[in-house]
Design a protein around this ligand. Sequence first.
Ligand SMILES: Cc1cc2nc3c(=O)[nH]c(=O)nc-3n(C[C@H](O)[C@H](O)[C@H](O)COP(=O)(O)OP(=O)(O)OC[C@H]3O[C@@H](n4cnc5c(N)ncnc54)[C@H](O)[C@@H]3O)c2cc1C
Length: 428
Amino acid sequence: MKELPLLLECDVLVVGGGPAGAVAGVAAARYGARTVILERHGFLGGNLTAGGIDTSYGLYSVGEHPVKTIGGLPDEVFDRLRAMQACYERPNTYGAGTGITFSIEHMKLVLEQMVLEAGARIVYHALVPDVYFEAGRLAGVILPTKQGLKRVAARFIVDTTGDADVVAYAGGAYYKPGEDGPIQPCTTVFFMANVDIARAQAFGKKAMWAEMEKAIASGKYNLPRVEGSFHATPYPGLIEANMTRIHGVDVTDILALSDAEVEGRRQVQEYARFLIECVPGFEKAYLVKTGPHIGTREGRRIIGDYVLNREDVIEGRRFPDAIAQCGQPIEDHSAGRETRWVYVKDYGFYDIPYRCLIPRGLDNVLAAGRCLSATHDAHASARSSATAMGMGQAAGLAAAMAVAVSKSSREVDIKELQQRLRAWGAPL
Ligand SMILES: Cc1cc2nc3c(=O)[nH]c(=O)nc-3n(C[C@H](O)[C@H](O)[C@H](O)COP(=O)(O)OP(=O)(O)OC[C@H]3O[C@@H](n4cnc5c(N)ncnc54)[C@H](O)[C@@H]3O)c2cc1C
């Protein structure tokens, strides 16, 4: 690969600038590593910005006595949004717990500011299609650009692509989408303006679902899901709706992904028509936008030194190499028209071990976010965006610590990693 022109050289390369990757980049750069983030879109945030998913869950456990489960750099993200009056908290005892709903444009800005202030380099419009090795060791990635193919050299890579792209290209172990259970469906999230939100919310979710049933029975609407939801954004009259459902999509297959985008857009038209015609408060509303990328819940997941499983989640298991905590229920959308919820025992929380970030077969790569090492069910709990940020924070810091002492991912001093995470504010 030496023949390809070198675009950049760094200590820690973060591939994928979603919630996990953006925070990983901040963590690595704050520790002092020369850090580069490569992101396919022209902004950071992943599902939260490109997918239109404007609410973060996972900062708190669920139930009547919520405790803080994620903190540190993720708190800073939301503190900055609060200071800009660009988010609001939605307290909720059950469901997915308390969420923070934010302005998507401000989320792009805050993540970018934090990464740049930390001293990392962001490269946008950078979809990584492959990696390269030197002397048997993973040495960087290939990068197609308008000026031709380039390469980015790195001593350590953090894979936060959501789909474990780097791990797959580099020959690490992973579950293919659908290999160990159904694939969670994709959802095209959409925004509607000019909604009388007070009236629409007063109508209530259950009444809306009953209208959906009636609409389906009438034969006039083709609605594949009967229990979607909408919520107010920080902007007057603007709502975000999460209703569409496209089953069985392997998002790593470009043809399947393209078909899903088409089907998602078709469903958006149908749900928007349903809301305008059947739900009070939407009479004068109109569809304003969908995201540039369909919302993706599940793609490839790495097979790591430990695979988090359903019992670990439900029993609220603790691990000596914990790097993040999670109290989110198993939220599985793959069961037909409804959603399956299974809660952690006593509404507690479990630990995500560092070993869930280490892909088998590779020693200078960590994966974080929704491509962590977990079974289908455990993933359905650990995939929330604040939890992804918590994993990203640990992966970025661990990568920088490994590089600083020329060690592998498995030689990182776990106690020191945990102490540093606690010092940043992670509740471990
Ligand atoms: C419809 C839907 C609703 C959801 N609702 C919520 C919710 O309400 N609250 C919540 O907390 N979570 C929710 N989630 C889950 C949450 O959004 C994701 O699990 C979370 O975004 C995962 O973060 P991530 O950084 O791991 O991955 P992603 O957000 O997917 O980010 C991955 C990033 O990597 C980039 N990328 C991918 N491949 C490459 C490549 N090869 N080269 C370069 N860049 C690449 C992508 O462009 C993207 O920016 C929802 C998800 C969906 C789909």
